[in-house]
Design a protein around this ligand. Structure first.
Ligand code: AMP
Length: 218
């Protein structure tokens, strides 16, 4: 199964990517998670990416493409993958296409997650994340058992610097300008599946699993 999850920030791509990858025993590649890890570890890549991320801007294509190429070469991706948050620009989509062709592979499906703008802003501004295990919670919709503490690993929860109002606005603007054109890009290639993603995590997961069932290894 080789799929891309497309959609604005806050539509739930990451949560669903994790569940689908676990169910289908394929790798989950989230460029946002990989970049945040690089920032935490203060690698050269992380230092370059940080200022773009804090402002809600995209990290330059060359940086992200290099990162994804390296990860796709990993044996964990041979059985399949879910790409979460990549590609985000047409040049990234083209680079992905070339890498897959060179490996004699192709994408099975591109899922476009759709959620209203109002809901997106509510989801992102109330989101709290665990810096250690990346689990996400919400101040109203997914409250942790102990306030401010990750249910999964017990570390403190924080608000991502790019989940602040100003950064959210910038991320949505960047999405409209640079990522939204990928909807027609993949529609033209007959790969697009439009997913109404405003329901509960379980309901969206059920719908998604059905759509992706034909691509799961038996
Ligand atoms: P995300 O967790 O997917 O919302 O990503 C957080 C931030 O990481 C984005 O706002 C960008 O700054 C950066 N980022 C993640 N994926 C990409 C990508 N494919 N291209 C460029 N920047 C990215």
């Amino acid at each position: 199964m080789r799929v891309v999850f497309l959609g604005a920030p806050g539509v739930g791509k990451g949560t669903q990517a994790e569940r689908i990858a676990a169910q289908c025993h394929v790798a989950k590649l989230s460029t946002g998670d990989l970049l945040r890890e690089a920032v935490r570890n203060q690698t050269a890549l992380g230092l370059e990416a940080k200022s773009y991320m804090d402002q809600g801007k995209l990290v330059p294509d060359a940086v992200v493409i290099g990162l994804v190429k390296e990860k796709l070469a990993d044996p964990s991706c041979t059985k399949g993958f879910v790409l979460d948050g990549f590609p985000r620009t047409v040049p990234q989509a083209e680079a992905l296409g070339s890498v897959l062709i060179s490996k004699n592979m192709a994408l099975d499906r591109v899922v476009n997650f759709q959620v209203s703008r109002e809901d997106i802003v509510r989801r992102l501004s109330g989101r709290r994340s665990c810096q250690k295990c990346q689990a996400t919670f919400h101040v109203d919709f997914a409250v942790p058992k102990v306030s401010g503490v990750c249910d999964r690993c017990g570390e403190p929860l924080v608000q991502r610097s790019d989940d602040r109002r100003e950064a959210i606005e910038m991320r949505l603007k960047v999405y409209d300008e640079q990522t939204a054109p990928l909807v027609s890009y993949y529609q033209e290639r007959k790969l697009l599946f439009q997913l109404e993603a405003s329901g509960t995590v379980d309901a969206v997961f059920q719908h998604l699993s059905q759509e992706l069932a034909p691509y799961q290894a038996t």
